[in-house]
Design a protein around this ligand. Sequence first.
Ligand SMILES: Nc1ncnc2c1ncn2[C@@H]1O[C@H](COP(=O)(O)OP(=O)(O)OP(=O)(O)O)[C@@H](O)[C@H]1O
Length: 335
Amino acid sequence: MSGLEVRDVSVAFDQTRALDDVSLEVGTGRILAVLGPSGCGKSTLLRVIAGLQQPDRGRVLFDGQDITRVPTHRRGFALMFQDGQLFDHLSVGANVAYPQRRQGVSRRDANARADELLDVVGLAGFARRSPRTLSGGQQQRVALARALAAEPRLLLLDEPLSALDRDLRERLAVDLRQILTATGTTALLVTHDHGEAFTLADDAVLLRAGRVVQHGAVADLWRDPVDEDAARFLGYRTVLTGEPAIVVRRVLGVAGDGPVALRRGALRVSSGAGQLTGIAGRSAYGADEVTVEVDVPGLGGLPVAADVAPPPGASVGIDVLPAQVALLTVHRTAT
Ligand SMILES: Nc1ncnc2c1ncn2[C@@H]1O[C@H](COP(=O)(O)OP(=O)(O)OP(=O)(O)O)[C@@H](O)[C@H]1O
């Protein structure tokens, strides 16, 4: 196949199995997110792909060629880290021109290309500035321009946005996706942030304790997490089991008795009678809306979204939004 293939890769450090039989693919021009909690093996996987860590078993291929033993600098990949790692003593333009200068491109041509790339990342006119005078988000854009300057056949991104605050992170994730797709860049991103993965990537791999537990299009992971832990990790807030799960399934008209995962907006105070009813408890004010704890007979206390906090003790109707609900088949996947 064309693009990256990781086949059955395992890495152990002393007693720790950092990666256990990991396989994945990134087709040319696609963006894959490797998603998982701290310590699940993301960085180790990135290091194996970059050639900074030899796997104990398994192989790395690019465009069908085995590159497992090819040294890092011969792989034609670029790496972009969390903190950008710009050279402070060079101007922004010289930072971006650096990879091409190293490849022997003339100063004039490398600078011209750097100007083009700064334009692509929304920083036209910044070439003469010092990186020290830029905001965190601007520095990450320069780091991206520099990573793209080498025209890598694969761009590896290690938590590229996690050093930024939330607002900026969300905006930059959208821009980053647009830049990567516009430049046709094949990319692999590691992150613990499902929002970042969903915004940026076409496909995602969920890692847990060094093993792949789910691999698919981001839309499929968003809709159908493989188990309860995956659901929680992918942004579902509540997982109901037993009788409460059956009640919600009944409301949605679906059979089965597996767990039901609810996103934050899955339950809403209804303007009408609602599909469920309960008694309002305490309300909490969030950034965008109010969350009311509603005691529903048979289900217990559930967080329900509302536009306006109902008075405690009031009877409220609740709508169940099917698009915000995942029907799980298993509790936990054996790993
Ligand atoms: N050089 C090493 N020596 C010993 N153990 C290591 C080494 N590198 C990683 N590990 C262990 O391997 C496991 C996976 O680590 P890794 O850094 O790949 O996880 P991660 O998902 O990137 O975590 P984080 O998100 O916290 O960076 C962890 O249990 C870690 O402690």
